[in-house]
Ligand binder design. Structure first.
Ligand SMILES: Cc1cc2nc3c(=O)[nH]c(=O)nc-3n(C[C@H](O)[C@H](O)[C@H](O)COP(=O)(O)OP(=O)(O)OC[C@H]3O[C@@H](n4cnc5c(N)ncnc54)[C@H](O)[C@@H]3O)c2cc1C
Length: 458
């Protein structure tokens, strides 16, 4: 299947690396370009500032990565990355309700973002025909005289030298700051409509030395933000005996970065285990803060005109509120889609890719935006369906305190294994109604659940 074709991928973060992997099946040469000087080891870098924040790889994402790079999970485990049963070994405090645990096949890998990127980059670099152009910025697109086909890219090295590189296919994986809309406009193409949902999230991550008694011996914890208490916490055991604690605040709520305030923030969460870590564990890093203003989805699939030989992937296509941990998983699913489309050799690659990825994005986008709309401060249409689903999922969380089958159903949807509609299967609805009456009421009278209504207090 490999031809004499050349592809250029702009951006060597997760989206670009995964697209490059897909392209190597059909392209003899794949040049991956990045502004950064890519580190030889697993290390933070400027072009991926979010790399210093806790990243969760959803179970579906781990599967997709394994499809693209067979043996990757084991390779990570050999680097001391814990493989975590997401239902059996994680405390889930959803709306204040502690989910009943049970062993599951939903397995995540606990590692820092630079380690994952490094492992994937090493795999891609070892593929035949792959080359990296580092400290090199893409300046714009090259086209034929009629501008119907992208024929390459203009690049500028950090030393100031510019060059043109010809390519049969160019892929924009530049992240949410992608300049594709601008580049397309310059070429006389329409720009994609953009959906923007302002969430104004601030993240703070700090890494500590892990001790076996942390989290009562579990390997992760999540407690979500709810209207009335816009604070959330995620804790994950990672490689090399680390434990990462991430705080987030929505709609302007800013988690602190100083010890004492961090402890107070931890104490305000529904999960008591977080404060113990912040209070007594040995910090291995400073607390690092990052703001994320809005989820952004660019509707390339709706454009009537788009040049051949060009694609936009991953965060450049859709950037999700990071609280739901979806970005890398969706990037991996897009890479699998790209690989399938290239293998068929069908014409009209961009149209097929954008339509297929829109279908991939619909589910996670509905989860992220639908859940964010619980907060009255988030702008967007609150359809009857959105309001119903949010009220229903709140009841599901209450019932899941005593019914692990409901926790399992929820986690399969959250991990993008099942579509959101799976939560509305008749058997599940019945369990929710029964459980909400029994366990949910017990939990409410014990003062645990925080409702999704604006009147709930912290
Ligand atoms: C705070 C935060 C937490 C997150 N947590 C999670 C999580 O838990 N789980 C998850 O799955 N996802 C998470 N994400 C999202 C995840 O980081 C991204 O989805 C993932 O990195 C894929 O993004 P990308 O490769 O498209 O773009 P990016 O990661 O933004 O990378 C873009 C790359 O393009 C390069 N570049 C940009 N412009 C140019 C140019 N003109 N020329 C050359 N190179 C260029 C940059 O140097 C960079 O390497 C989080 C994001 C944030 C902000």
């Amino acid at each position: 299947m490999r031809s004499d074709r050349t592809a250029v991928v702009i951006g060597a973060s997760m989206g670009g690396l995964l697209a490059a992997r897909a392209l190597t099946d059909t392209h003899a040469r794949v040049l991956v370009v990045d502004r950064d000087d890519l580190p030889v080891a697993a290390a933070d870098r400027r072009g991926v500032p979010q790399g210093r924040q806790l990243h969760v790889l959803l179970a579906r994402g781990r599967h997709a990565l394994e499809e693209l790079f067979p043996g990757l999970t084991q390779e990570l485990a050999d680097l001391t990355v814990p493989l975590v049963d997401l239902h059996g070994r994680v405390h889930w405090y959803n709306d204040g309700y502690l989910m009943a645990k049970r062993p599951s096949a939903l397995i995540a890998a606990g590692m820092s973002r630079p380690l994952l990127e490094h492992a994937v980059r090493a795999r891609v670099a070892a593929l035949p025909g792959v080359e990296f152009a580092t400290t090199t910025e893409a300046l714009g697109l090259l086209t034929g005289p009629d501008r119907r086909q992208v024929t390459g890219v203009r690049l500028r090295h950090r030393d100031g030298t510019e060059r043109a590189v010809a390519a049969d296919l160019v892929v924009d994986a530049c992240g949410r700051a992608s300049r594709s809309p601008l580049w397309l406009e310059e070429l006389g193409y329409p720009v994609p409509a953009e959906e923007r949902v302002r969430v104004d999230v601030t993240y703070v991550t700090r890494v500590y030395q892990h001790e076996p008694h942390h989290l009562d011996g579990m390997l992760g914890l999540l407690t979500n933000a709810v209207p009335g208490n816009p604070r959330a916490g995620i804790v994950a055991v990672q490689q090399d005996g680390r434990i990462a604690v991430a705080f987030s605040g929505v709609l302007g709520e800013q988690p602190p970065t100083e010890d004492e305030e961090m402890l107070a923030f931890a104490q305000s969460l529904a999960a008591p285990q977080v404060a113990e870590i912040v209070k007594s564990a040995q910090p291995l890093t400073d607390a690092v803060s990052m703001r994320y203003p809005a989820s952004v989805r660019r509707r390339y699939e709706r454009l009537r005109r788009f040049p051949d030989g060009y694609l936009v992937v991953a965060d450049a296509l859709c950037s999700f509120n990071p609280i739901y941990g979806q970005g890398m998983t969706v990037a991996a699913l897009e890479a699998l889609l790209l690989r399938r489309l290239l293998a068929t050799g069908a014409p009209d690659l961009s149209r097929r890719f954008f339509r297929g990825s829109a279908r991939l994005i619909d589910g996670p986008w509905a989860i992220a935006v639908g859940t964010d709309l619980r907060f009255p401060g988030v702008d967007g249409p609150r359809s009857a369906k959105v309001r119903f689903v949010n009220a229903y999922v709140h009841r599901l969380h209450a019932a899941a305190t005593a019914d692990p089958a409901l926790g399992a159903a929820f986690l399969r949807v959250l991990n993008l294994v099942d579509p959101p509609t799976a939560l509305l299967r008749p058997g599940t609805v019945l369990r929710v109604l029964r459980g909400w009456r029994r366990g949910g009421q017990r939990a409410r009278s014990a003062g645990r659940g925080r409702s999704g209504s604006a009147s709930a207090t912290a």
